[in-house]
Design a protein around this ligand. Structure first.
Ligand code: HEM
Length: 377
């Protein structure tokens, strides 16, 4: 390895080991080399546990300890309005590069996601978009701030990487076929607001608005996007994300599953919590989200599929359906992850197996899935 490469790797690993991203200035070459020798790869902490009972309830979260600050030019934001907002309030590193355990903690503290649910979303994304060696992920585009990549075909593309977690038929972003699929799109978001006006109680984004809008988003992409892909695992995130705003973005003191257009605009457009925003009054996990996504599906059932040209939707009934939770878990573990890491060895394999274990740990209790092992036990 060249000397410059050693220094780069050392700096990345050191940055990972220093949770607060402390300054590296002043370290000698010897100290850096010693660190690399000792650590090999970045340490991978276990996922955080649930919030303690004394601190898992209603709480002011747009508080003085988490002031909103606009994104700086060197800071990354991406396709998720929630993670962007949490970074703008300092629940996540404002750089937009974070460890998975930091993301789990941020969504629990900032929005009161249940622990299992937070881990499910985070480790699924990390396995598709993060760097298993440095234990860092960008919540936006690909960046060298996540360190040296593992060998291709690994992408380490950050959450903005199309065709992984980020996909088609989004509510406030355009399909990647038409441009940047991760950037907020005002025209698209105007449709979100229009559906709230038309279908929601008092013009709010509620479950009926979500149901009609989710259906329309798929129909629109079938009619316009010749390269539409709407299969596992994207189908699950698309349906969950349609429900998230009417749960987590509603002030916990009201908690009526009706998101006002002002609050929606604050999160989606400004990427900012409304003034005085309180999170959900109790951790919200699969048991709340799944019946809601189930209603969206039963209102407008669909079969997963892909477009082969505009208005030519080819159904793929043999891929897992949106209701087949364990099937989607297995699809991620046995097809999607090995697609990027076909034959990992050594520390890369260890890191992947560890993160796959964390993903399974998030789904086992509520879904009773059987663990699968793409890289052996
Ligand atoms: C915990 C880790 C999370 C990860 C890794 C994550 C990741 C993502 C990604 C990759 C997308 C883009 C999907 C697309 O193509 O539309 C997305 C969209 C979205 N996320 Fe998150 N997310 C997380 C948590 C949350 C939470 C807690 C909320 C709560 C409100 C949320 C709300 C949304 C919404 C509403 C969208 C859809 C945006 C749209 O369709 O325009 N996410 N998220």
């Amino acid at each position: 390895m060249k000397f410059s490469t050693i220094i780069l790797v050392a700096l990345v690993r050191l940055a990972v080991a220093m949770p607060a991203y402390d300054s590296l200035v002043g370290l000698s070459e010897r100290e850096i080399n010693e660190f690399v020798g000792r650590n090999g790869v970045a340490p991978i902490p276990n996922p955080p546990g649930p919030l303690p009972a004394y601190d898992n309830g209603l709480k002011l979260v747009n508080d003085p300890a988490h002031p909103f600050m606009t994104q700086q030019p060197n800071e990354l934001r991406g396709p998720c309005p929630a993670l962007n907002t949490l970074a703008n309030h300092g629940y996540l590193p404002r750089s937009g590069v974070a460890r998975p355990d930091q993301i789990v903690t941020a969504v629990m503290e900032g929005l009161n996601l249940g622990n299992d649910f937070a881990k499910f979303l985070t480790y699924q994304a990390f396995l598709m978009n993060g760097n298993p060696l440095t234990n860092l992920m960008s919540i936006g585009m690909k960046t060298n701030m996540t360190g040296q990549d593992p060998p291709k075909p690994a992408l380490v593309g950050g959450l903005s990487q199309h065709g992984t977690f980020e996909g088609d038929t989004s509510m406030s972003r355009i399909d990647a076929f038409f441009g940047d699929g991760a950037a907020f799109n005002q025209t698209r978001f105007n449709d979100f607001l229009a559906f709230a006006s038309k279908f929601g109680v008092n013009g709010t984004y509620d479950i009926n608005a979500a149901s009609e809008f989710r259906f329309e988003r798929l129909q629109d992409s079938i009619a316009t996007n010749p390269q539409l892909v709407f299969t596992s695992p994207r189908i699950l995130s698309a349906y969950s994300e349609a429900v998230f705003p009417l749960v987590y973005f509603v002030d916990g003191r009201l908690n009526n599953r009706q998101l006002t257009q002002d609050a929606a605009t604050s999160f989606f457009f400004d990427q900012r919590m409304p003034a005085d925003f309180h999170r959900q009054p109790a951790p919200v996990s699969f048991e709340v989200i799944e019946p809601l996504t189930g209603k969206l599906f039963s209102d407008h059932p669909f079969v997963p599929g892909v477009n082969q040209g505009v208005n030519n939707y080819i159904e793929m009934p043999n891929t897992p359906a949106v209701s087949d939770f364990c099937g989607i878990y297995e699809d991620i573990a046995l097809r999607v992850v090995p697609g990027q890491y076909p034959k990992p060895t050594g520390q890369l394999r260890d890191a992947l197996m560890k993160n796959l274990g964390f993903l399974f740990g998030a789904v086992v209790f509520q879904h009773n899935c059987t663990q699968v092992f793409p890289y052996g036990k």
